[in-house]
Design a protein around this ligand. Structure first.
Ligand code: TUI
Length: 316
């Protein structure tokens, strides 16, 4: 049984978080992951506050176990979503794609455990100074919005820089990745791509099939040229056209800013995996089948445990 201090802190059975994927991580998926003993997370994404309130109420109807809400800080509705999370006194808030410090006091006053996603040591330190209970160190192997560092390099540097628990994310898809990041100083994992293939995940069938078809080299990062909006997706017509437009001689940050609008919804909800953005991590090539959330958590923790129990064979 893999237990760590994050289990005790949050009242969960396994140190496994489900990523707060926009248009995908709803109350149904979050409840299934939390019921299975992990931490299910609802994505507030770009939606209005009332969507989030409804999802929080739904998850509470489905499970009595702890869950989280992810506030995507680039959202035009981030302020409203942040306020809803505080009013509803959700157990955990995770944040992504920015600096969460402007909301920290409100969440801490509401008794919420705040766990920001960070892509650098400086952001990890800033978050901890502002009262973060833990941090999620996410490497650029992950799907969606990415920073510069890899999980391999980010996790140990963050773990050395802060005293709070560190959760690793980005490129983790099985028990080997789970065991590896424990060796890097993490005490838990967050996975997005693997939970796309959870039976309880309602993402479009075509999106799941694109993950199952993916190989190790199927993803690409768009939006690197002008910085700040780098995004990892499965290569398709959308990423090809985006990169072509981005590197056109007359391209400007303004001219490409709107290119991605609506593209994730197109893939995740409408199932257009050619013209939409199929955000996925680099571990997609390892994933071959759908399983329930409980099977995913059970399998990855059992694999990690077996590896860790045998790890002494490397030492004389
Ligand atoms: O946020 C993510 N992943 C995301 S956000 C996103 S955007 C979106 N797209 C379409 C529809 C709806 C939403 C897609 N995927 N992961 C967490 C994450 N945060 N990764 C990296 C960071 C990060 C980067 C810089 C966190 C903090 C940071 O700080 C920079 C600064 O100084 O503000």
């Amino acid at each position: 049984m893999i237990k760590s201090k994050i289990c005790e802190m949050l009242g969960i059975e396994y140190p496994v978080f489900q990523g707060g994927m926009a248009w995908i991580a709803d109350a149904n998926l979050a409840a299934a992951v939390s019921e299975a003993g992990g931490l299910g997370i609802i994505a507030a994404m770009n939606a209005r506050g009332d969507y989030l309130r409804e999802q929080i109420r739904l998850v509470r109807e489905k499970t009595k176990k702890p869950f989280g809400v992810n506030i995507m800080l680039m959202s035009p509705h981030a302020d409203a979503a942040a306020a809803v999370a505080a009013e509803e006194r959700v157990p955990v808030v995770t944040t992504g794609a920015g600096d969460p410090t402007r909301f920290m006091k409100m969440w801490l006053d509401a008794g919420i455990k705040v766990i920001p996603v960070v892509a650098s040591v400086s952001m990890a330190k800033l978050a901890v100074r502002a009262g973060a209970a833990a941090v999620i160190a996410e490497g650029q192997e992950s799907g969606g919005h990415v920073g510069e560092l890899t999980t391999m390099t980010l996790v140990p540097q963050v773990a050395s820089a802060v005293t709070v628990p560190v959760i690793a994310a980005g490129g983790i898809g099985d028990g080997r990745g789970f065991a590896a990041v424990l060796m890097l100083g993490a005490c838990g994992v967050q996975m997005g791509t693997r939970f796309l293939l959870a039976k309880e995940c309602g993402v479009h069938r075509n999106y799941k099939d694109a993950i199952i078809r993916a190989s190790d080299i199927s993803t690409v990062v768009t939006g690197r040229r002008f910085g700040g909006n780098a995004c990892r997706c499965i290569k398709n017509a959308f990423t090809r056209d985006f990169i072509r437009a981005e590197y056109a001689p007359d391209a400007t940050p303004q001219s490409i800013a709107e290119l991605g609008a609506g593209s994730l919804r197109l893939a995740a909800v409408e199932g257009d995996v050619k013209n939409g953005s199929v955000m996925a991590g680099q571990i997609a090539g390892l994933l071959t089948r759908e399983q329930s959330a409980a099977e995913i958590i059970g399998e990855i923790t059992a694999e990690a445990e077996e590896i860790l129990k045998g790890a002494a064979r490397w030492v004389e």
